[in-house]
Design a protein around this ligand. Structure first.
Ligand code: HEM
Length: 447
């Protein structure tokens, strides 16, 4: 293990100090720069004057992040206030786990089926470009905040379970949870409504439910959108991959129904497309910042109190990992973009997953969802949403580059944003139904 920290030049009890004062932090694509620092200074890189520790190795990340708390959980009203690691914090986390664990997320299936071919796809089909779509989504969101209706029930699967509380907490709307429930347009079966009705009068529990709704919204919206947009862009750029995915679906599912979760195990190539999207394009490339609540020591190094710990998911060195500490169980080593493990690491090649050994059906090896005990709690729901959307889009739509008047392909932007969440920048594409059944579905959805 010492090889991981040899480059730091410190010894037991020393402060990690690979980088000295005056370090300028990268403004764009920080994950790329962090990886360069990792190569130069080691897999743990400490920015002393900013008290930031960057992790470029998954085993180190799990070890450290197992012991630290996230800022995201328990942040209130969309501010960056930290909630102490307390009973309150634990209650909220437990509530989340109970409702988003693998066996609980089946309750979202009906909504996920209903929205798998969402209206935004339909709009694109009608000739609305992705950039116009984003503007439209933005406007809709504003309108929803004005009128107290759901943006995400319109645009995203399953999120409608949360929207009332989200609006209560995020917006300036001071709507009481129960008032919202009764105002709701005939949908009394949402998770939030159901939980709230069980703890009538228990203000602490109601607060926890609202916090879960808020956190879900913050954690789910950008990440899910990013993955689906990356998938769409990848299909436009890789028509051969798209054709192979479509062929698999036509063969296994047929062309007169949509894929379901029951088909998932029979669709390895579609699974591989999903995994390749998540490998190449993790929506939160630097995960969620964690913070050390007290002075700590790791492998003899001093990690000061308040140190921000950033896992570089985008480039992280992916050791075999599990919920337990893996310091002594490192059998399998891979790096998300390590050319020795993933030849042509920057290319979109789903085939690589078909040949690789290991638990292809487990989502635990998708680093985009984070690490160890702090791994994304909504991952089972997210996994279902993204997979189903991919399968349904492949089943029904052709995504292509737009053409100019002469019928030639127009080249499109492949750029990504470089903020906390990484999204494809607006790109144009042509989206057309690929089967008569798909056409019927789209017309029915639009009417
Ligand atoms: C493609 C979709 C998603 C991706 C890529 C994603 C990724 C992540 C990542 C990287 C983290 C930080 C993990 C860490 O600190 O190591 C995280 C945390 C979290 N995510 Fe997700 N997420 C997704 C969807 C969702 C959804 C749908 C929900 C809820 C419905 C959700 C809820 C959460 C929560 C509550 C946390 C904080 C967990 C904690 O601090 O203990 N996420 N997510």
């Amino acid at each position: 293990m010492s090889s991981y920290i040899a480059n730091h030049g410190g010894g037991p009890g020393h402060c990690l100090s690979s980088r000295t004062k005056g370090t300028s932090m990268p403004a764009d694509d920080a994950w790329v720069e962090y990886r360069k620092w990792g190569k130069e200074y080691g897999e743990l890189v400490y920015i002393q004057d900013r008290n930031i520790l960057i992790l470029n190795d998954s085993r180190v990340a799990i070890d450290l992040l197992e012991k630290r708390r996230s800022h995201l959980f328990g942040s209130k009203n969309n501010s960056n206030d930290e909630t102490p690691y307390s009973d309150d914090w634990r209650r909220k986390r437990k509530l989340f786990q109970q409702n988003f664990r693998q066996s609980a997320v089946n309750r979202f299936h009906p909504d996920q089926y209903n929205k798998a071919l969402p209206e935004d796809n339909v709009l694109c089909t009608m000739g609305v470009s992705t950039s116009s779509l984003k503007i439209l989504l933005h406007r809709t969101r504003e309108r929803c905040l004005d009128h107290g209706t759901s943006f995400y029930s319109w645009a995203f699967p399953a999120i409608e379970h949360f929207h009332g509380c989200v609006l209560c907490q995020l917006g300036s709307l001071d709507v009481d949870l129960h008032e919202w429930q009764s105002n709701k347009t005939g949908k009394g079966t949402s998770l939030i409504a159901e939980l709230a009705s069980k703890c009538e009068g228990d203000s602490t529990e109601i607060e926890a439910i609202k916090a879960m709704a808020t956190t879900s919204y913050l954690a789910a919206a950008d990440t899910t959108l990013s993955s689906i947009s990356s998938f769409m862009l990848s299909m436009v750029l890789n028509p051969d991959v798209q054709a192979k995915g479509q062929e698999e679906i036509d063969h296994i599912v047929g062309t007169d129904r949509l894929p379901t979760f029951e088909d998932r195990l029979s669709l390895p190539y579609v699974e591989a497309i999903y995994r390749e999207v998540m490998r190449l394009h993790p929506p939160a490339p630097l995960g969620v910042e964690h913070s050390s609540i007290e002075d700590d020591f790791y492998l003899g190094y001093h990690i000061p109190k308040g140190c921000s710990v950033i896992p570089n998911i985008w480039y992280v060195n992916c050791s075999f990992y599990s919920e337990a500490s893996i310091l002594n169980t490192c059998h399998f080593r891979a790096m998300n973009r390590d050319p020795d493990v993933y030849p042509r690491p920057d290319d979109f090649l789903p085939e690589r997953f078909l040949d690789s050994p290991g638990p292809f059906t487990s989502i635990n090896d998708i680093l985009a969802y984070g690490f160890g005990r702090r791994v994304c709690i909504g991952r089972y729901m997210a996994d279902n949403t993204v997979w189903l959307t991919i399968a349904c889009v492949l089943a029904t739509l052709n995504l292509r580059k737009p053409k100019d008047k002469q019928g030639n392909d127009i080249s499109i932007s492949e750029d990504y944003t470089s903020g906390f969440f990484r999204h494809p920048k607006p790109f144009q594409c042509s989206i057309t139904p690929r089967t008569p059944y798909a056409e019927k579905l789209i017309i029915a959805t639009a009417s």
